[in-house]
Design a protein around this ligand. Structure first.
Ligand SMILES: C[S@@+](CC[C@H](N)C(=O)[O-])C[C@H]1O[C@@H](n2cnc3c(N)ncnc32)[C@H](O)[C@@H]1O
Length: 202
């Protein structure tokens, strides 16, 4: 069974001003910027749960073919507008879809980029989610994930380093893992994450 509440996500993008949505930072992820700078991956890039497309657009500006997928129609509409404004709409494509049921070919991507996707996947769907990442990645392709850590005192899905290692113990190798902390927009609340670069084994 797949547990995704598409309407709830779409409502956020339709009703909340973009600059008030906590995860819209208005700039690409620092981790992605570092991955590009260090030439840590090959393209094409698949940005899963891409929201309004900021990271896929950044990858396209840096010369990668990129595809963003998100369950929210409104988020994808905005992502398409943003890629036009950035003049990379030929390089960055966006599709509405569920990451649990993507239609991408096998071994297509050099990087699957995930900023805030894994931690919204119901635990019962995780095996299928990781199976899809494995399927769409090229051999030695990379998966970069940023997900809520156990340091947050809320009941949503959170991850320990051990859980991440366990989830990716088969067919993957963790190349790098570290903590990240962000201060929520408009408040002093700190949100804690793990950021990991994971390689698919051939
Ligand atoms: C925390 S936001 C992160 C957005 C984006 N990655 C960013 O960094 O700005 C989570 C995103 O996941 C999308 N989403 C949630 N479940 C999804 C699913 N099963 N398939 C595709 N997108 C999903 C939501 O619509 C939302 O845009």
């Amino acid at each position: 069974m797949v547990h995704t509440d598409a309407r709830r996500w779409d409502r956020i993008y339709r009703e909340v001003p973009l600059n008030k949505i906590p995860w819209n930072e208005g700039r690409p992820s620092r981790d992605l910027v570092a991955l590009v700078k260090n030439k840590s991956f090959r393209g094409p890039v698949l940005d899963i749960c891409c929201g309004i497309g900021t990271n896929a657009i950044y990858a396209a500006k840096k010369g990668f073919e990129a595809i963003g997928i998100d369950i929210s129609e409104k988020a994808i509409e905005i992502a398409k507008e943003n890629s036009k404004k950035a003049k990379v709409d030929s390089e960055a494509k966006f599709v509405v879809g569920d990451v649990l049921m993507p239609k991408f070919p096998d071994k297509e991507f050099g990087l699957v980029f995930d900023r805030g996707c894994l931690h919204h996947i119901h635990p019962e769907d995780r095996k299928g989610f990781i199976g899809e990442i494995k399927r769409v990645l090229k051999p030695k392709g990379k998966y970069h994930v940023t997900c809520f850590s156990e340091l947050n005192d809320w009941p949503d899905y959170t991850f320990t380093k051990e859980l991440i290692s366990e989830l990716f113990s088969k067919d993957f190798r963790i190349l790098k893992i570290g903590r990240r902390t962000y201060t929520e927009k408009g408040s002093r609340n700190k949100v804690h994450f793990w950021s990991a670069l994971i390689e698919k084994q051939a």
